[in-house]
Design a binder for this molecule. Structure first.
Ligand code: ADQ
Length: 760
């Protein structure tokens, strides 16, 4: 209907143009017709006159007058001739036929005949006058005046005009009709082409194209420039939109809850982790509750809050036992009591063997290529197995159905998935490995490599941070187990049970507006931090935040700072790094020695480059609360992450989230999983001191505009790829898996029933 309106709008001017053309053309046509007739009558008159002249020359002189009259009267028998007159050379009318008007003299007739349009309007009608010499060879010849009736040409002219109007009208309508059809076809093509472009069909095509040639579904040629233009504008709009608002449907706690309601409706979720989400501690003022600063807790807690599940963890607080019920359960969080925390108590031997021994002295260095030798003790392995079994038993005891969703966290529980699978074959077990997975050769040094792999393959889904870790795991299984690997579907089937091996990059919760409102401004944060540490106002401040772990590259970082002060002496007295290092695993020799070494190197550098009131390295070997870390991130000019090997690294993402002023530079090790997501950082090889030194110098001299460009892009990534997406994607995959399982079971049941019905 709309297109019809458009066409009418287009046709009206077309028809108006045709009408105007017709109005202009008709008088012209009239004139031409009359001129043709006039020429025709003149020629005709000349012929008649010639015939008459011949006849007149044959008349004998005596009989001349009567014969002449008879001759002329015969001539006017032609209906188109009105009258004929015979005029002498001196314009005297000798005789005339009956129809010749008395009022018309020979002279007047000659004058009119000499005009361009020899027409005379008489009372009886218009006539065409032709004057012809009887003897053309004589100069003073008599003349014949022939009057032709002009009513016929006039009638013909009217007829011609009528036919002309009919012709133009038909032509106009035909053109209009054809135009409408062509317009309709082109309009439809154009509209569908535009719609396709708007739907993005043309826009996504270049991504799908393999070669350089045009894609088979490319837009019509006339729309291609438009397509290019639209694509450019859309990209700009999208960029701006993403920068301002983040992704269209951002992952947040609400979306995660929605997913649990729809995809895992009513299913019980059980989390297993070594660290508990709430620790009860007895202090001088009674029992207090603390939340460990842990990415894992931040990531998993929204899931638990949404589904009222059960979290099984090692009860490590000194007042933990006081608050649990007879079944070692306590409702948490303390204020809302959304889910249950089931605590497992470990003896000192168990903790030493399972946690410090096998997990932290064995698996941790085994999976991190940081040149610290793993230690494998038979006794640690026994404890590891026993504790895994205790946690697995707790999962089975807490399960309210035979198919709960079990989320197993980290390398402390490599054996648990298969142990749970044995008791609950229909459970959906999602295991997430928070640390890297090494190559098959490195992993092969573990004496219990097969048992560990078999344990992990009890999982339904096995998640790593990066595809690279997935690949290493798959190759390790390929090397040490008899398993069927389907690379296309990322699955490994061991003893007929499939496991989906997938990458789920972990992240942080993007700060809410309420949280951000609590933050000091960057200027205020800088002022407070500078005052606390006694820094000069023009100090270039770098910050490092880590657990005091040898995998974090703290030593390499300090070497790079030392080299910077050597290579660029202008930074002496002005460049400061604040290294926050939370003590961790201090019961282990390796860690204690590492911490001592860092202390010594720090002192050496400060001795070498320190001046009165200035020391280049501030080592704060203590746990900081969240607000203190935020203040540091916001005060700093750069954040330095130099991990020698890291599954992901959350510190760099926390720094990015803290910089809503879009300032500050991130220096990031290429051996951290995060480097694959954050290429806008200054990505370095921490083993190459010179490269890290240059990155420090580059960060210190980077113009604010470049910092803004990089930081804006980094923030966009971290906001979109947040921790809710991490949990959401795993749970969505689990939901799909369960759906498929249910369908398969239904199909199997029906075909079994069908087969039974066939048996007579
Ligand atoms: P971690 O090895 O602990 O995590 P990381 O990802 O950097 O390493 O997380 C450390 C967390 O502890 C951060 O939230 C940080 O703020 C906090 N933190 C560090 N030092 C602190 C201090 N002094 N005071 C207070 N808080 C401090 C393991 C893997 C990582 C993986 C995570 C999540 O080794 O590769 O990213 O799990 O899967």
């Amino acid at each position: 209907m709309k297109s019809l309106h458009l066409q009418i709008r287009f046709l009206v001017p077309l028809l108006a143009t045709l009408t105007v053309a017709a109005l202009l053309a008709l008088p012209l046509l009239d004139q031409m017709t009359l001129r043709w007739f006039s020429r025709d009558l003149s020629a005709r008159g000349a012929m008649v006159a010639k015939t008459l002249s011949l006849a007149i020359s044959d008349i004998e002189p005596g009989a001349k007058r009567e014969r002449l009259r008879a001759l002329l009267e015969r001539g006017v028998l032609d209906e188109r001739l009105v009258g004929i007159a015979f005029c002498s050379a001196d314009d005297r009318q000798v005789l005339s036929t009956k129809g010749f008007p008395d009022t018309l003299s020979c002279k007047e007739a000659r004058d009119v005949a000499g005009q361009k349009d020899p027409r005379l309007d008489l009372a009886s009608g218009a006539v065409h006058i032709g004057v012809f010499p009887v003897s053309p060879q004589q100069a003073d010849s008599d003349r014949l005046v022939l009057l032709h009736d002009l009513s016929l040409p006039d009638r013909r002219s009217v007829d011609t005009r009528r036919y002309m109007i009919i012709f133009i009208t038909i032509l106009g309508l035909a053109i209009a009709g054809i135009t409408m059809i062509v317009a309709q076809i082109s309009w439809r093509g154009w509209v569908s082409g535009m719609r396709a472009i708007m739907r993005g069909e043309g826009l996504v095509r270049p991504l799908l194209q393999n070669g350089g040639g045009p894609a088979p579904d490319s837009a019509p040629p006339e729309l291609q420039p438009l397509e290019v233009e639209i694509r450019r504008h859309l990209r700009e709009l999208e960029d701006n939109f993403y920068r301002e608002h983040g992704p269209l449907t951002p992952w947040d706690p609400e979306r995660l809850r929605g997913l649990l309601r729809t995809e895992l409706r009513g299913d019980q979720v059980i989390v297993v982790s070594n660290r508990e989400p709430y620790i009860h501690l007895r202090g001088p003022d009674g029992i207090s509750v603390s939340r460990p600063a842990s990415g894992l807790v931040t990531a998993v807690e929204p899931v638990m809050r949404a589904c009222s599940g059960t979290w099984i963890a090692h009860g490590s607080g000194n007042a933990d036992q006081e608050v649990v019920d007879a079944n070692d359960r306590v409702a948490v969080p303390p204020d809302t009591q959304d889910y249950v925390l089931r605590r497992i108590w470990l003896t000192a031997e168990e903790e030493e063997g399972y946690y410090q021994g096998f997990a932290n002295e064995g698996l941790w260095p085994l999976c991190h290529v940081a040149h610290v030798r793993p230690v494998f003790r038979e006794s640690d392995w026994a404890q590891y197995r026993a504790v895994n079994q205790r946690f697995a038993d707790a999962v089975v005891a807490e399960a309210r159905s035979d198919d709960p969703v079990v989320l197993v966290q980290d390398y402390h529980f490599a054996l648990l998935p298969a142990m749970v699978r044995e008791k609950l074959p229909k459970a959906t077990i999602i295991t997430f490995w928070h640390i890297p997975w090494p190559n098959p050769e490195s992993f092969g040094i573990c004496p219990w490599r097969r048992e560990l792999l078999q344990g992990m393959l009890g999982s339904t889904i096995l998640g790593f941070h990066t595809r690279f870790h997935c690949k290493n795991f798959t190759e390790t299984v390929d090397r040490y187990l008899e398993a069927r690997i389907e690379h296309e579907h990322s699955t490994i089937s061991y003893q007929g049970e499939p496991t989906l091996v997938q990458s789920y990059p972990i992240s942080i919760a993007w700060p809410t507006d309420d949280e951000r409102a609590q933050w000091p401004t960057p200027a205020a944060a800088r002022e407070a931090v500078f005052a606390r540490l006694g820094l000069a106002p023009d100090t270039m401040l770098a910050v490092g935040v880590d657990r005091f772990d040898y995998t974090k590259g703290i030593l390499e970082r300090l070497h790079a700072v030392e080299r910077l002060l050597e290579k660029h002496p202008e930074w002496q007295g002005r460049f400061v790094i604040v290294q926050v290092a939370a003590p961790t695993r201090s019961a282990l020799d390796e860690y204690r020695e590492f911490q001592d070494r860092i202390q010594r190197v720090t002192e050496r550098i400060n001795l070498r480059f320190g001046q009165s009131g200035y020391k280049p390295v501030h080592l704060l070997a203590e746990h900081h609360d969240h607000a203190a870390l935020m203040a540091l991130y916001r005060a700093a000019d750069m954040c330095v992450v130099t991990s020698l090997h890291d599954g992901m690294n959350l510190v760099c993402k926390e720094f990015i989230a803290a910089r809503d002023d879009e300032q500050g530079v991130l220096i990031l090790s290429r051996f951290a999983g995060a480097a694959r997501e954050l290429p806008e950082a200054l990505v370095i090889n921490p083993y190459h001191v010179e490269e890290t030194t240059d990155a420090l110098h580059r960060a210190a001299t980077m113009p604010p505009q470049e910092q803004r460009e990089r930081m804006a892009s980094l923030r966009m990534t971290v906001r979109e790829f947040n921790v809710y997406r991490w949990a959401g994607r795993m749970l969505a995959d689990a939901g799909q898996w369960r759906l498929r399982e249910r369908i398969t079971r239904r199909v199997q049941r029906r075909s079994r029933e069908g087969a039974e019905a066939m048996i007579p």
